[in-house]
Design a protein around this ligand. Structure first.
Ligand code: SF4
Length: 252
């Protein structure tokens, strides 16, 4: 388990002035929010997202590979071009590499992603003889995770996306938003890398809450808690956020 950040402690006591002695004590929280409290507060703020897996694990696998190091818009364009050009996954596997690179170029890093995609498809073809991944709905979750993460170019985050969005199974992808917020909210130590943060969060958050926790943190990261300028003054998590409460005490 990654070490958690310690809750802030009040500054060492000094002799209060008469007026300060009459004032109520500053609201210094003694710990951070639990994952359930984060879910409750963000659900009240944004609404509770409904978990509706689309059922196409292969599409999720390829789309997630395309989404690495680029925006959703760019990876979506690359994926649309892929679907328009090739009728099925065997055709993508058999495509000349330069042609495949040109097809997915809007997604960025095409010279890297195209051969990785074909290596991944070749391995699936080798293991299963087809591209039907529906068996992953039935096997134990650890087995499903291991099967995915031993494919070329598939790490823990991609595997979690396939499980969560494609198959409706537990998985908590830790992308840049989830990682940043998990640190700010004291769920993991700031030195915890994303893959370890994912393992930890998956272990402490009930499987049925993985989807809602993931989606709400991403929404919050995009809407209020940006990397450079978090709008803490508008945030429902400000009172016990490690960053938000520091800013508040600075204003006081
Ligand atoms: S208080 Fe600020 S840093 Fe903390 S979660 Fe809210 S916006 Fe992000």
């Amino acid at each position: 388990m990654p070490p958690r950040q310690k809750a802030e402690k009040p500054a060492a006591a000094t002799k209060p002035s008469k007026s300060a002695a009459k004032a109520p004590p500053p609201p210094i929280p003694d710990d951070v929010y639990t994952p359930q409290e984060i879910i409750d507060l963000l659900s009240a703020y944004y609404g509770a997202p409904e978990w509706r897996p689309h059922g196409d694990a292969m599409a999720e696998l390829v789309l997630t590979l395309l989404s690495q190091n680029t925006s959703d818009t760019n990876s979506g364009r690359a994926f649309s071009r892929l679907l328009q050009r090739y009728p099925d996954w065997p055709a993508v596997l058999a495509a000349p590499l330069p042609e495949l690179e040109e097809t997915i170029r809007p997604g960025g890093l095409a010279p890297t992603k195209a051969p990785r995609m074909q290596a991944m498809l070749a391995e699936i073809q080798h293991r299963r003889g087809n591209f039907d991944l529906s068996f992953l709905e039935e096997v134990p979750i650890e087995e499903a995770r291991d099967w995915l993460t031993t494919l070329p170019a598939v790490g823990p985050k991609t595997a979690a996306c396939v499980l969560l969005f494609g198959l409706g199974r537990p998985g908590l992808p830790v992308d840049t938003h989830v990682h940043r917020l998990a640190i700010r909210l004291g769920q993991v130590n700031e030195k915890t890398p994303p893959d370890r943060a994912q393992t930890y969060l998956e272990s402490v958050i009930p499987p049925e809450d993985h989807y809602i926790f993931h989606i709400l943190l991403i929404r919050h990261g995009r809407h209020l808690c940006s990397a450079r300028a978090p709008a803490c003054e508008h945030c429902p998590l400000q009172p016990r956020c490690l960053v938000g409460r520091t800013l508040k005490s600075g204003l006081n």
